[in-house]
Design a protein around this ligand. Structure first.
Ligand SMILES: Nc1ncnc2c1ncn2[C@@H]1O[C@H](COP(=O)(O)OP(=O)(O)O)[C@@H](O)[C@H]1O
Ligand SMILES: [Mg+2]
Length: 162
């Protein structure tokens, strides 16, 4: 397949929910980039989906859509990576090793929220209590390369045209 990659909408916009099917990491990145172009400051993105679902790939696109050229790597060991080169700061979290939202104090979560960036949260399931205002992005592995990606919540979705 040749660029530009496009994610295929398989359902339409309804109740602030959009569902996409992607067939490569590049298509997932393209979807993340489309979102990154439209996100308002202070958005929390709560990813749901297990290892290898494509959360980091999606975030790579997000950074690109925000206009950040830095290389996005998994924050598994650092818990949070900061990317400041784009239209808005991007804070990429991995909550895998957190047990509950109480542990968010230890990583300075409130300080990140105050900085008016985009917080993209892997393993958001572990801190669900703090994700009430988040846009939820569910990534489901349907096959080796196929992913169903559902984006729920957020008014900006209305013009997420791909
Ligand atoms: N459609 C797709 N979208 C995203 N990743 C895909 C897709 N198809 C295959 N992959 C592969 O799945 C893996 C996703 O890894 P990653 O983004 O790190 O997932 P996670 O952060 O959810 O653990 C990568 O090896 C990537 O090449
Ligand atoms: Mg990851």
């Amino acid at each position: 397949m040749t660029p530009p990659y496009k994610a295929t909408p398989i359902l339409f916009y309804e109740d602030m929910t959009m569902t996409f099917l992607t067939n490569s990491p590049e298509e997932t990145e393209a979807l993340g980039a489309a979102l990154g172009k439209r996100l308002p400051p202070g958005t929390i993105l709560a990813y749901r989906g297990g290892l290898g679902a494509g959360k980091t790939a999606f975030t790579r696109g997000l950074a690109r859509g925000l206009g950040c050229k830095d290389i996005v790597t998994s924050p598994t060991y650092t818990i949070v990576n900061e990317y400041l080169g784009g239209r808005l700061p991007l804070f990429h979290f991995d909550m895998y090793r957190l047990n509950s939202a109480d542990d968010l104090w230890d990583i300075g979560w409130e300080d990140y929220l105050e900085r008016g960036g985009v917080c993209a949260v892997e393993w958001s399931e572990n801190v669900a209590e703090a994700m009430e205002d988040a846009v939820t992005i569910t990534l489901e592995k349907l096959g080796e390369d196929a992913r169903r990606i559902t984006i729920e919540g957020g008014d900006f979705l209305a013009d997420l045209s791909l």
